[in-house]
Design a protein around this ligand. Structure first.
Ligand SMILES: Nc1nc2c(ncn2[C@@H]2O[C@H](COP(=O)(O)OP(=O)(O)OP(=O)(O)O)[C@@H](O)[C@H]2O)c(=O)[nH]1
Ligand SMILES: [Mg+2]
Length: 272
C-alpha cells in the first residue's frame, strides 16, 4: 500500500491534468480520497467526469457538477456519456483550460485517466484515442497496467486502471460500489446489494420499479418487493418458494444495464 502510494505520487509528477472518471450515479462513492489527496499535494488540477450521465438523474448530476466546481479550486467537472464521441471530444478542450501552459511539442499536455473499476475508463480512453486500443467490458479490473499513449506531438495520455482501488470507508459506500459493479462479486453479498438498491429506489424512484415490473407497491419494503418481482417472473426454487437470489440478480442487472431509466443512488445531500 505504501509502495503503491509512492509510485502513484511519482507518476503524478509527470502529469498535467488528472482525468478522474466517476460514475454519475454515485460520484462520491466512486472517488478515491487517497488519490485526490496525492493530487492536491502535487497541486495537479483534475477534470472530474461524471460518466454514464445518460442513465443518471439529470437534476442530481447538475447538483454534483456545481458541488465539485465550488469545492475544489483545482478542479473542473463535466457530465459525460462515454460512448458519445461528441462528449468525449470536450475532455481535451477542458483539460487544456486547466493547464494552459502545456501547448506545444516541447510542452505536450499530459493527461492521466483514473477511476475505480467499471466507471467507463476504457470506453472514454477509446474515444480519446480514436481507435479501440483499450479493452472495454462489463467486468471489474480488466485492464491491469499503466500504459502511455502518444496521441500526437501535443498530447500524451496515461491510462492508470490498476492504481485506482476503491476506498470503502462506510457500509453505504461498499454497497454503492457493489451495486455498480465496481468491486468483485466475491467481496459482497448479492442479496444485501439488491435490498440496498431497491430500498434507495423505493425512496426516490418508486415509479421506475412499478413501470419496469408492472407491479403495485402498496408500501411494501425492499424484501417484499424483490420477492414479488421474483414471483412475477416465475423464479421459483424446487419447494415452490421464490428464488430470492435469482430475483436479486435480476434487479441488479436491470439497474446496471440502465433498464430503470435515469436513476442516481447518491445525492450531494447524502454527504452531510
Ligand atoms: N450507459 C452507459 N454505459 C457506459 C458508459 N460508459 C461506459 N459504459 C459501460 O460501462 C461498462 C464498463 O465500461 P469500461 O469502459 O469497461 O469501464 P472501465 O472503467 O475501463 O472498467 P475496468 O477496466 O474493469 O476498470 C461497459 O459495459 C460500458 O459499455 C456511459 O456513458 N453510459
Ligand atoms: Mg478498463
Amino acid at each position: 500500500m505504501a509502495q503503491a502510494k509512492r509510485n502513484l505520487s511519482k507518476a503524478l509528477a509527470s502529469v498535467d491534468v488528472v482525468v478522474e472518471v466517476l460514475d454519475a450515479r454515485m460520484p462520491a462513492a466512486s472517488m478515491n480520497p487517497l488519490f485526490d489527496e496525492l493530487r492536491q499535494e502535487r497541486q495537479r488540477p483534475a477534470l472530474k467526469i461524471l460518466n454514464k450521465a445518460d442513465i443518471a438523474d439529470q437534476a442530481v448530476t447538475a447538483r454534483w457538477i456545481e458541488y465539485f466546481m465550488d469545492n475544489d479550486s483545482l478542479a473542473s467537472a463535466l457530465p459525460m456519456v462515454g460512448k458519445s464521441k461528441q462528449d468525449v471530444r470536450k475532455i481535451v478542450d477542458s483539460c487544456r483550460k486547466l493547464a494552459p501552459h502545456r501547448v506545444d511539442a516541447i510542452k505536450p499536455l499530459r493527461l492521466m485517466v483514473s477511476g475505480v473499476p467499471n466507471v467507463g475508463k476504457s470506453t472514454i480512453l477509446n474515444g480519446l484515442l480514436g481507435q479501440s486500443k483499450a479493452k472495454a467490458a462489463d467486468e471489474p479490473a480488466i485492464t491491469k497496467m499503466i500504459t502511455r499513449y502518444e496521441v500526437n506531438d501535443e498530447l500524451i495520455i496515461y491510462d492508470s486502471p490498476g492504481v485506482m482501488w476503491p476506498k470503502v470507508d462506510t457500509e453505504e459506500t461498499g454497497l454503492l460500489l457493489a451495486v455498480n459493479n465496481a468491486i468483485g462479486v466475491n467481496a459482497y453479498n448479492v442479496e444485501d446489494a439488491a435490498i440496498f438498491l431497491i430500498e434507495k429506489m423505493l425512496e426516490r424512484y418508486p415509479g421506475a420499479i412499478m413501470d419496469r415490473y408492472r407491479i403495485k407497491l402498496d408500501n411494501m419494503d425492499a424484501v417484499a418487493c424483490i420477492e414479488l418481482v421474483g414471483d412475477k417472473r416465475g423464479m421459483r426454487s424446487r419447494g415452490g418458494s421464490v428464488d430470492f437470489e435469482r430475483a436479486a440478480h435480476l434487479v441488479l442487472t436491470d439497474y446496471r444495464q440502465g433498464r430503470f431509466g435515469r436513476v442516481s443512488l447518491q445525492l450531494v445531500s447524502d454527504l452531510i
